[in-house]
Design a protein around this ligand. Structure first.
Ligand code: HEM
Length: 153
């Protein structure tokens, strides 16, 4: 799995703008993401049964936006994704699923190319590498020895 490439403030701003525009666009990103996801791997249909199908993509995208904003502020984005990975221990995620989720995100984002920022340094190809880098940190948490800590309120 890949490392996160160096990202300029311009790249980071472009990404956040792109994701925010997707969220506020009339096209239903969440629904399309879910449809593409379960089409890629039928196992995933059972796994996502707790969340309404149109929310799955939004929850994921929201989380990616939060990580990108953390990178932009110079915060500990690795720890953030590590925690997300630890929280996923409750699901039966297989190695092959990391790629399925990352590829489905790219596939779904391709439908929003018209919103993609016009920047010479940011391309769909680079976005794919960035997602691979985020997934690498997620997997470290998912595969760690740490137990999920449940905070009961
Ligand atoms: C960068 C990687 C990922 C991020 C940022 C991410 C983010 C999230 C977030 C924010 C949630 C809501 C619950 C929570 O906060 O823990 C969630 C739920 C979930 N994620 Fe992920 N995820 C990632 C990778 C994956 C992968 C590779 C799978 C494998 C299929 C997966 C499967 C799930 C499932 C099954 C749920 C629960 C859905 C439900 O309750 O119906 N995630 N994810």
């Amino acid at each position: 799995m890949s490392e996160l490439p160096k990202l300029s403030q311009e790249d980071l701003n472009g990404l956040i703008k792109f994701f925010n525009e997707i969220q506020s666009s009339k096209q239903n990103f969440g629904e399309t993401f879910y449809t593409n996801l379960i089409r890629s791997d039928r196992d995933l249909e059972k796994m996502f049964s707790n969340t309404h199908r149109s929310n799955v993509g939004y929850i994921f995208l929201q989380s990616v936006i939060a990580v990108i904003s953390t990178i932009q502020k110079g915060g500990d984005w690795q720890a953030m994704l590590f925690q997300v990975g630890v929280r996923h221990k409750q699901y039966d995620i297989k190695d092959s699923h990391y790629d399925v989720v990352a590829r489905t995100l790219i596939q779904t984002l391709n439908g929003y190319k018209h919103l993609f920022p016009a920047s010479p340094s940011l391309t769909m190809n680079k976005l794919e590498i960035i997602l691979g880098g985020l997934m690498t940190e997620f997997v470290k948490g998912y595969k760690s020895e740490l137990e999920e800590v449940l905070i009961l309120k």
